[in-house]
Write a protein that binds this ligand. Structure first.
Ligand code: PMP
Length: 423
């Protein structure tokens, strides 16, 4: 199957080849390849499968919906209504009453595009502000907002103007930078002689996933919110990866004590990998005209049915509590790796973790070591992801309902992989 894929897929799409396996089926936190090998899946469809593979109650909800309506385009439908109600019920009551929900194309990038257009229309401004290491998607505007300098370069014509500021991650030495990204942002925005004009929006992730699992510091996020609010600049929080419980609260911004103007969500909304994306935004921004952001696949009734069931299961089974408990277990086990010279940092929130590997002699990203760790773990039955600069961060995105036993097994495999690839 891998050889088949090599034949029909362009060499540009190298991403899946980090892991040389072809998948056959999945169940809970496990996946089986076509040769019958079973792996613990700590990739979970890049964070999409929040309740693991084929959660039986979600499967039944999809099957029930299959018999009545699968695609509803833009029409109101009972499944869409129930889904929207369920989503809004996850917001605080104060927030709910001034929030609008807009369904987008079915991908995260499409929803980020919608958020950007919404803010451009509402403010009448053009440029945007983003942060170094960000990832927001692969369309023109979302790439423009992402770090990925070498990928942007060949297609930069027609991209919106974006100013980048440093992203201040947890765990770095305080003397890494004399001013935080938020201080620099404020300075640039307030400088009328050489600074930058007010942008249409500032966009940020609370934890940069693709950027290497960088956890934003609370003071940094609060300062960004304070500066944007005082200057009348909408703040878009991209919760495509951090949302739907991944970091231990429904949305990651909640634990920072801020209120964004726009929330972007996608990946885990259906809980079972069916595509759906949306933005939740403040009614004050609601100045766009009907048709400003449309798309054929905004009415996936199967995703809606699964998403309603996912929220029911998440509440009933206290999945957010499980995220915090399993996250603490993971932090405890992997935290012991920080004495290994090649391990620069182990960092994360909830069930979104990264192990950054760097050469102890010069501090450079140790991409080949990270790759070796990933392959070693795979050979021993654990699928993990990589990301960050030079792909030197081993990333973990387990299903949110992972058990203590599976977590323990995965941590043992990973510990052995790190120790064996760094000595
Ligand atoms: N934003 C963030 C934070 C993401 O992590 C991703 C996907 N990794 C996207 C946007 C883009 O989502 P999609 O691939 O569904 O377009």
């Amino acid at each position: 199957l891998l050889a088949h894929q090599e034949r029909w897929e362009s060499g540009a799409r190298t991403y899946p080849r980090h892991l040389p396996i072809a998948l056959a089926e999945g169940s809970g936190s496990f996946v089986r390849d076509v040769d019958g090998n079973v792996f613990i899946d700590f990739l979970a469809g890049a964070g999409v499968l929040s309740l693991g593979h084929n959660h039986p109650e979600l499967v039944r909800a999809v099957e029930r919906q299959l018999g009545s309506l699968t695609h509803g385009l833009d029409f109101p439908t009972p499944a869409k209504d129930a889904f929207a109600e369920a989503q809004l019920s996850m917001l605080s009551p104060e927030r709910r009453h001034h929030t609008r929900l807009h369904f987008c194309g079915p991908t995260g990038a499409n929803a980020v595009e919608a958020a950007v257009k919404l803010c451009k229309i509402a403010t009448g401004r053009g440029d945007l502000i983003s942060f170094q290491g960000a990832f927001h998607g692969s369309t023109h505007a979302t790439m423009a907002l992402s770090g990925l300098v070498s990928q942007k370069a060949p297609v930069r014509d027609g991209m919106p103007g974006v100013h980048f500021f440093p992203y201040t991650a947890d765990g770095r030495a305080p003397d890494d930078r004399s001013m935080s990204g938020a201080d620099l942002l404020e300075q640039a925005l307030r400088d009328s002689n050489g600074g930058i004009p007010p942008p249409a929006a500032v966009i940020m992730e609370m934890v940069q996933g693709e950027g290497g699992n960088n956890v934003a510091r609370a003071d940094f996020v609060r300062k960004v919110r304070q500066v944007t609010r005082s200057l009348g600049i909408p703040l878009i929080v991209d919760e495509v990866q951090t949302g739907c419980g991944r970091t231990g609260t429904w949305f990651a911004y909640e634990s920072y004590g801020i209120e964004p103007d726009v929330i972007v969500a996608s990946k885990a909304l259906s809980g079972i990998g069916l595509p759906v994306a949306l933005i939740l935004y403040d009614t004050a921004l609601d100045t766009w005209a009907p048709g400003a952001h449309i798309g054929t696949f905004r009415g996936n009734q199967l995703a809606f049915a699964a998403g309603v069931e996912a929220i029911r299961v998440i509440r009933r089974d206290d999945i957010l509590g499980n995220v915090r408990r399993r996250g603490a277990q993971l932090a405890d086990r992997l935290g012991r790796l920080t004495h290994v010279p090649w391990v620069r940092e182990v960092r994360g929130r909830g069930l979104m973790w990264g192990i950054e590997l760097a050469d102890p002699r010069n501090g450079r990203p140790a991409s080949s070591v990270a790759s070796a760790v990933q392959r070693h773990a795979l050979r021993h039955g654990l699928m993990v992801e990589r990301g960050g600069r030079d792909d030197a961060v081993v990333r973990l995105l387990p299903p949110l309902n992972v058990t203590a036993e599976v977590m323990d097994m995965a941590c043992s495999i990973l510990t052995a992989a790190v120790l064996s690839c760094t000595t």
